[in-house]
Every structure is written in structure tokens, then in C-alpha cells.
Design a protein around this ligand. Structure first.
Ligand code: NDP
Length: 248
């Protein structure tokens, strides 16, 4: 039976783990051909091997503008066009502002904001020529609610939410839909990059409090597929998904 995304061509950034990886599997299940990008090629190749369908692997660091553009252009060329961009790649390095590693801020701003912008900028003319498309930006609950210890991550994710709304208004007449997905706590590698003791403790506590009720990457992939498979006149512009027991 044909999937609901049969014939659609998609790019997913940050597909080597977590939400990106689950999204690729979900898109392929629905029949989309997918080009995947991240820095860890081995993980992308393992994913392509595992998934039944077209999955093209691109080793790319999206903070490099030329490399991000090449990734999008080559993907569109080999897939024969581009209907869907999932801007998912992100990093989260939390801690107080005072005494923070400035390099952590640079990394978050470069990946979560500039990387997303570079991929979007390269995609828009391609979708314009193709008569439309759908851009999904993965922000966060942290793009809706700021919390102590999360200032710069909040800043990047508030930025993604704001950018998504402004972009929506800009591209709606070009038949491009924009969806901003805002997950709560999802069990992925994301939290594991943190080293600050206060942060590690807070994450451990939250994980313990949520127990088995933490979100899985597949839950977010489901939300993305839901947005992508609405009829053309329906734009799901924002989806905030928390674990039921997450308080903030
Ligand atoms: P993961 O750490 O599992 O995945 C992050 C992905 O981003 C990896 O595939 C990584 O690939 C990629 N990435 C990081 N830096 C770069 C780069 N410079 N160039 C290309 N790819 C890069 O985390 P999640 O799946 O949880 O995160 C996915 C998105 O969801 C992020 O935007 C995150 O902020 C957001 N999110 C996650 C939540 C959670 O609780 N997990 C909650 C809310 C939002 P590689 O290292 O191979 O390059």
C-alpha cells in the first residue's frame, strides 16, 4: 500500500541520532525519499542500511555555510527536487551564564540558529522553483519557557520559534508551509553532552521523576509526520509535545 508521503523528497538534518534518526525512519515508512545529514557518517550509513527505502547519506557540518548549501543542493539534485526540509540538528549545553564556556554558546548559536538558517536559505529557492514545500523546524519547550540555567539554549530556541513564524508569513504565498515542533524531554543523546554538575543533577532528577513516561524520539517523529500529512490547505504551524508528567 502506498504511504502518505509517496513521491515526496525530504532532507533531514541531525539524522545520526535521536529525533532526526526516528524522523527519517518514519518518513521512509510513509514512502518519502530522504537525504540525511550529520557529521557522523557511520551512524548515517547504519541508518540507511536499516531503513527500507531511499536514504541518501551526506556527511556535513551545517555550521559551515558552504557545506550546508552543498548538502541541500546535492540532495535536491539527486532526489530530483525537494518537498520537505526538517531542520532538526541541535545541541544543548546548559549551565549558568556566569563562568560559562563561551565556546558552548558559540556551538549552540552556530548549530541551532545559523545551521538552520543556512539550510533554510539554500532550500527556499529550490522549493520556490518546485511550486512549494514544507519546512519543519525543531525548536523546544525551551523556546516557549525560559528557565534558570538554560539562558543561551533558551535564546536559540526562542529564536527558532520567532524565525518560524516570520518565515511562515513570508513564504505562505509561495505555497510553502512552516511547522515549528517544540518537544519537551525526549530520551536521546542530547542531554548527555552536559558536564556542569548542577545541570547533570537536574537532568538526572527530571529523568527519574518522569521514569518510563519520558518521550521517545518516535513520539516526535509521529508529530512531524502528522504535520506533513495534512491536506494542502491545512498548515499545522506549531506543535508542543511534552511528556504528560513534565511540569514546565
Ligand atoms: P541528539 O543529540 O540525539 O541529536 C542531535 C543531532 O544533531 C545529531 O544527529 C547530531 O549529529 C546533529 N548535529 C549536531 N551538531 C551538528 C552539526 N554541526 N552539523 C550537523 N549535524 C549536527 O538530540 P535530539 O535528537 O534530542 O535533538 C534533535 C533536536 O531536538 C535538537 O534541535 C534539540 O535541540 C531538539 N530538542 C530535543 C529535546 C530532547 O529532550 N531530546 C527537547 C527539545 C528539543 P552529529 O553529532 O553526527 O553531527
Amino acid at each position: 500500500m502506498a504511504g502518505s508521503l509517496e513521491g515526496r523528497r525530504a532532507v533531514v538534518t541531525g539524522a545520526s541520532s535521536g529525533i532526526g534518526e526516528a524522523t527519517v525512519a518514519a518518513l521512509a515508512r510513509e514512502g518519502a525519499a530522504v537525504a540525511v545529514g550529520a557529521r557522523r557518517r557511520d551512524r548515517l550509513e547504519a541508518l540507511a542500511e536499516r531503513v527500507d527505502g531511499t536514504v541518501q547519506v551526506h556527511e556535513v557540518d551545517i555550521t559551515d555555510e558552504a557545506a550546508a548549501r552543498r548538502f541541500i543542493d546535492e540532495s535536491a539534485q539527486t532526489l530530483g527536487g525537494l518537498d520537505i526540509l526538517v531542520n532538526n540538528a541541535g545541541v544543548m549545553l546548559l549551565g549558568p551564564v556566569a563562568g560559562a564556556e563561551v565556546e558552548h554558546w558559540q556551538r549552540m548559536i552556530n548549530v541551532n540558529l545559523l545551521g538552520l538558517l543556512y539550510c533554510t536559505h539554500a532550500t527556499l529557492p529550490i522549493m520556490g522553483q518546485g511550486g512549494g514545500g514544507h519546512i519543519v523546524n525543531v525548536a523546544s519547550v525551551a523556546g516557549r519557557h525560559a528557565t534558570l540555567g538554560s539562558a543561551v539554549y533558551n535564546m536559540t530556541k526562542f529564536g527558532v520559534v520567532a524565525f518560524s513564524e516570520a518565515l511562515r508569513q513570508e513564504v505562505l504565498h509561495a505555497n510553502v508551509r512552516v511547522t515549528c515542533v517544540e518537544p519537551g524531554f525526549v530520551d536521546t543523546e542530547l542531554q548527555g553532552h552536559n558536564e556542569h554538575p548542577m545541570v547533570v543533577e537536574a537532568i538526572e532528577k527530571m529523568r527519574k521523576d518522569l521514569g518510563d513516561d519520558v518521550l521517545k524520539a518516535d513520539d516526535i517523529a509521529d508529530a512531524i509526520v502528522y504535520a506533513l500529512t495534512r491536506p494542502p490547505h491545512v498548515a499545522v504551524n506549531e506543535v508542543l509535545v511534552r511528556p504528560t508528567k513534565q511540569s514546565r
